[in-house]
Write a protein of this length. Structure first.
Length: 701
């Protein structure tokens, strides 16, 4: 049955029994991508979506304090209380309370800081009249603060007071920076703050007026390309962007015709091409690079953008351009090293491991981000089967986030090359370089490492050493049981387990030992011994529902269905909301094809509590199958299988597919499960019932 046992066995097995070699290709790209991206400082203007940026203390007021000389002591006390209350309310998300108290305090003191807080919260709460009241106080003290005019503009537009909004815009223009990219960013921020305002029409009108204005006006400070890009941006972010593609391209083309190296316009043009396809966006950026119109800094920013968009091939070309144009005196500069770093990451993402290994090795030698560079140098070299370089780079990984992973993978690499002793030496050396917690992790890995290599005597010595330090560590007992499971007969193993149980220093440790030992016995198909072990422990601890639940499930391979049902019902009597017992009992009833209404009620109750559980989804599907609802069954079982392609789920999914006359798909599912677990009882039972599937295992079906 696909039930979630309440034991540590599965977790511990995953932690200590998986071979490192099987993990080399899992998650590395995501880890690298996240790691590399965390160092980026540049960002695409086209994708920025934030609130209005406001300096918490504009220069005009940094040296000032609120004027409270006109307030008497009681009024001052009330003022301080209002400010404190507003601050607390804001922190707790009570924005209406915060807004009212900040506005009242600002009105009494003419404080810019308080007026600013009141204005922003009012804007957030869409209390635009209150926002404008706060703006009046703010403007009087800081008329050259661009942020106050941004807030006023948004509020007036929200109230459809367009004449006042235009006046706000006129006041804002001279205060914007001269850089066009920054101008665009600041104007885009206005729309990001209040998305339900029609900024498209407003900026379209301003663009038209700007075209007719004299170069001597303040409007000349903000050129047509910027306003064209602002409108293009809002069109791109609108719900009907696809229908506006032609207009968006026209706006951006007009901007780029005037300013070919306007990087933000180039980025937006890429987003416009993305409406068609990723390939068209990438082709466009390649054309931009080929035109050689960007300066060094712009090319670097575009390369970073391409990297974040996972356009790795084009990113590499851009970084190569950056490095080719870097003066010899600056080849070791931080920007040049960052270019090599992201280029190495791009090669890695494209699985071009010789190139990524070479660059990461170079960065390691230059001590640039040494932990990441050395680790991915080793990882790339290992994938390229350059084992000497892999070993060299693993040895250079410094203590930190990658150290333990590097040392365990280095040990595995040594073992794969027949030099397991060097691997053990490396692990022991690493243990001397780390703190106690990491030392214990490495020691446990070393024990598992030796056990997998059948160096049982050495493994036992290390276990004894570890148990002297942590005599109650259940993970160490798991490793001990794993070793004995491989080196002893079933009878000897049971005798050892009994000894551990007697010597356990706590009831919890004894329970953990029993649960883990039962798991090993079940894996050896010693189902009766596993059942007796759990039955004995459950009798010793009749109130322990974990033991009772696991004992119930252990009876299933033996056909002890009546006792299984009694145990599960007892659990639900004691704890009616026991999700796993509800699921297990419901599944069991459905599997026996009886009491289907009760089975459905139980499993649906479990499903409501944990709808993402693949075990419960499997039960839901199996009940639907028993009820004859094949399509519903397929939906649940496919979802369960996609999450967890376990043999039992595969058996169920295959059976439903077979009954839906999708026999080729059923055979594929069954065959895949059988290849992974040729002795799995669930898949074998199913195949016995469908001999016409003509699928045979190595042990016979």
């Amino acid at each position: 049955m696909t039930h979630k046992a309440l034991t540590p066995t599965t977790y511990i097995k995953q932690t200590y029994s998986q071979r490192t070699s099987s993990l080399r290709h899992v998650g590395c790209l995501l880890l690298l991508s996240c790691t590399l991206l965390s160092g980026l400082t540049a960002c695409s203007t086209a994708t920025k979506h934030q609130t209005i940026a406001i300096d918490s203390q504009p220069e005009a007021i940094k040296s000032g304090h609120p004027n409270i000389t006109h307030l008497d002591p009681d009024q001052r006390s009330q003022l301080y209380f209002s400010i404190l209350l507003a601050d607390i309310a804001q922190r707790q998300g009570l924005f209406e309370v915060a807004q009212g108290n900040f506005l009242d305090a600002a009105d009494k003191t003419s404080s810019v800081a308080l007026a600013k807080q009141a204005a922003l919260i009012s804007l957030q709460e869409k209390k635009y009249a209150d926002a404008l009241q706060a703006v009046t106080i703010w403007q009087q003290a800081a008329p050259d603060d661009a942020s106050v005019h941004k807030v006023a503009l948004v509020a007036h537009l929200a109230l459809r007071q367009y004449t006042q909004a235009e006046q706000d815009f006129e006041r804002l223009l001279p205060l914007l920076p001269s850089n066009k990219d920054e101008q665009l960013y600041q104007l885009i921020q206005l729309g990001s703050y209040q998305e339900d305002i029609d900024f498209i029409s407003f900026f379209d009108e301003q663009n038209n007026k700007n075209s007719a204005s004299s170069s001597t006006t303040s409007r000349a400070k903000i050129a047509n390309p910027v306003l064209a890009c602002v409108k293009a941006y809002f069109l791109l972010k609108s719900e009907n962007a696809d229908a506006q593609t032609e207009l968006i391209h026209q706006l951006l083309d007009s901007a780029l015709a005037q300013e070919p190296a306007f990087l933000s316009a180039i980025e937006l043009k890429g987003e416009a091409w993305l409406l068609d396809s990723r390939d068209k966006r990438e082709q466009y950026f390649e054309q931009v690079l080929a035109q050689n119109i960007l300066n060094q800094k712009q090319t670097f920013r575009l390369a970073e953008l391409l990297y974040t968009q996972k356009s790795y091939s084009t990113a590499i070309k851009a970084f190569q351009t950056v490095l080719a144009n870097t003066p010899q005196t600056e080849v070791d500069s931080s920007s040049a090293l960052q270019a090599k770093y992201l280029m190495a990451g791009s090669y890695y993402a494209l699985e071009q491991y010789p190139q990524s290994a070479e660059l990461f090795a170079l960065l390691t030698a230059q001590d640039y981000k040494p932990d990441i560079s050395s680790y991915y140098c080793a990882d790339s070299a290992l994938r390229d089967e350059d084992y000497d370089l892999a070993i060299e780079c693993y040895l250079q990984v410094p203590r930190g986030n990658y150290y333990l992973k590097a040392r365990t993978q280095l040990a595995q690499l040594y073992a794969d090359q027949g030099q397991w002793q060097r691997g053990q030496e490396s692990l022991q050396q690493a243990q001397r370089n780390v703190g106690l917690a990491d030392k214990q992790r490495l020691l446990q890995f070393e024990i598992d490492y030796l056990t997998q290599l059948q160096q049982y005597e050495l493994a036992q010595r290390r276990i004894n050493s570890a148990l002297q330090i942590e005599p109650d560590n259940s993970s160490l007992y798991y490793l001990q049981l794993q070793l004995l499971n491989q080196s002893q007969s079933v009878e000897q193993f049971v005798t050892s387990v009994n000894t551990f149980q007697l010597n356990a220093r706590s009831a919890e440790l004894r329970k953990e030992i029993s649960l883990m030992a039962a798991g090993f016995l079940q894996n050896r198909h010693s189902y009766l011994l596993a059942y007796k072990l759990l039955e004995q422990e459950s009798q010793r601890n009749p109130e322990d529902l974990d033991l009772l639940y696991n004992k119930a499930l252990a009876g299933e391979p033996l056909g002890y269905y009546a006792q299984l049902e009694r145990d599960l019902r007892l659990i639900l009597t004691i704890k009616p909301d026991h999700i796993d017992a509800m699921n297990a009992l419901g599944y069991t009833l459905a599997d026996m094809n009886r009491s289907l209404e009760e089975a459905q009620r139980l499993v649906e109750a479990a499903y409501q509590k944990d709808p993402e559980s693949s075990a419960i989804q499997d039960s839901m599907g199996w009940i639907q199958y028993r009820l004859g609802n094949l399509q519903n069954a397929l939906t649940y079982l496919q979802s369960a299988y996609d999450k967890t392609p376990a043999a039992e789920i595969a058996a169920h999914l295959g059976e439903v597919l077979w009954m839906l006359d999708q026999k080729d798909q059923a055979r594929q599912i069954w065959q895949k499960a059988l290849q992974k677990e040729p002795n799995n009882q669930y898949i074998l039972r199913t195949l016995r019932r469908f001999p016409e599937a003509n699928i045979a295992s190595g042990v016979g079906v």
